[in-house]
Design a protein around this ligand. Structure first.
Ligand SMILES: *Cc1c(COP(=O)(O)O)cnc(C)c1O
Length: 379
């Protein structure tokens, strides 16, 4: 039985990317590696749609979030965070840890924040130095309108805009420069089709100036100041994860060959087909503003999550993601972020049909798969 991973991080890694990482290790100060890192820096600018530096850090995505908060803000700084799920909540935890000045905006799970709501909060807090938002909230499979949010924030405030783009980069249209974001972060194990271990952080000119001007504060390994200084020479401040960066060069080359607009479009199509497949099996969708990276679905009435998940894995080789917090055991999430194509969507919906049938859930066999086919054949 073939194993198939449908989780929003780690995501599947293409064979050529894995093979590129199997070569003997090289030294990170050797010209061969410097050339690879230079190419990675350029391709990351292409991916984020920016002329500003995108630094590579050896840590997971959360390390990138911590790096941004601790590099830009300090004790007492007021920072607004939007909590519409697990990862928005994490922004709040980081701000509370590093500044103690968190203004947290709560949004119900499965919904996206409206720009007007954020503007109201910013008018109430004119001294806010930053706003932290999540482009694709992975825990709820919900996408926010980052372009509209950035425009509204700029209109209302001078606060820096920090975007958690961890499951959005590569799945959703995003223009770092044009939309006026100050920080955007992604992680290697999401849309970049890589194993976990790297955070990628884009930094605007405005954010660079602030980082430059800050005095001593307790920070070291995750310092964006150090990372930016090294980036200018296509270097890293510490030993980078050499092997992962070699793999990243290969993966970014694939995205560049496909073309970023095509990559976004592919995710949008796969997400739409996945939603239609689930609905055709009688399942209800969870999000009112669905992400193109991951589709959250309510478990059918009477289906036990543990048994469903066990059967899906053991009998069909398919791993999906569980619901989190209050939605644990009530929803599950199907990822289509990264290295996926049309036939993968047929496989996951087909696997769901096998599992649901074996659990006695009523539906017309083939209804889900037919809906996926129709979605692809009609667009
Ligand atoms: C995965 C994820 C993170 C956390 O990244 P780690 O690599 O697990 O540290 C943060 N935000 C979002 C939206 C994510 O999907």
């Amino acid at each position: 039985m073939k194993k198939r991973l449908f989780t929003p991080g780690p995501t599947p890694v293409p064979e050529n990317v894995m093979l590129s990482m199997a070569a003997p290790i090289i030294h990170h100060r050797n010209p061969e590696f410097m050339e690879i890192l230079t190419r990675v820096h350029e391709d990351l600018q292409y991916l984020f749609r920016t002329t500003q530096p995108v630094v590579v850090m050896t840590c997971s995505g959360t390390g990138g979030m911590e790096s941004a908060i601790s590099s830009l803000f300090g004790t007492g700084d007021k920072v607004v965070t939007v909590n519409a799920g697990k990862f928005g909540e994490r922004w709040g935890e980081l701000v509370r840890t590093f500044t103690g000045g968190c203004v947290e905006v709560m949004v119900p799970w499965g919904e996206a924040i409206r720009p007007e709501r954020l503007v109201e909060v910013l008018r109430e807090h004119p001294d806010a130095r930053g706003v932290c938002i999540t482009h694709s909230e992975t825990s709820t499979g919900t996408a926010a309108d980052i372009q509209a949010l950035c425009a509204a924030i700029h209109e209302a405030s001078d606060a820096l805009i920090l975007v958690d783009g961890i499951t959005a980069i590569g799945a959703h249209e995003f223009h770092f420069d044009e939309w006026g974001a100050d920080i955007c972060i992604t992680g290697s194990q999401k849309g970049l089709m890589m194993p976990p271990g790297l955070a990628l952080i884009a930094v605007s000119e405005r954010a660079q100036d602030i980082i430059e001007g800050r005095g001593d504060h307790p920070q070291f390994y995750l310092s964006l100041k150090k990372a930016l200084e090294s980036h200018a020479g296509n270097d890293t401040p510490f030993t980078p994860a050499v092997t992962l960066i070699i793999g990243l060069a290969e993966a970014l080359g694939m995205l560049r060959d496909e073309g970023i607009e095509n990559v976004w479009k592919r995710h949008e199509r796969l997400a739409a087909a996945c939603r239609q497949g689930c609905e055709a099996l009688g399942m209800k969708l969870f999000s009112s503003s669905p992400s193109f990276a991951v589709t959250p679905v309510w478990l059918p009435e009477g289906v036990d999550w543990k048994q469903f998940n066990k059967t899906l894995k053991a009998d069909n080789g398919i791993t999906v993601a569980a619901g989190q917090d209050e939605f644990a055991g009530r929803i599950f999430r199907i990822s289509h972020l990264g290295y996926y194509d049309e036939l993968d969507m047929l496989a996951v919906i087909g696997g769901l049909e096998f599992t649901l049938k074996s659990m006695g859930v009523p539906f017309e066999p083939g209804a889900g798969v037919a809906a996926v086919q129709r979605a692809f054949l009609s667009d």
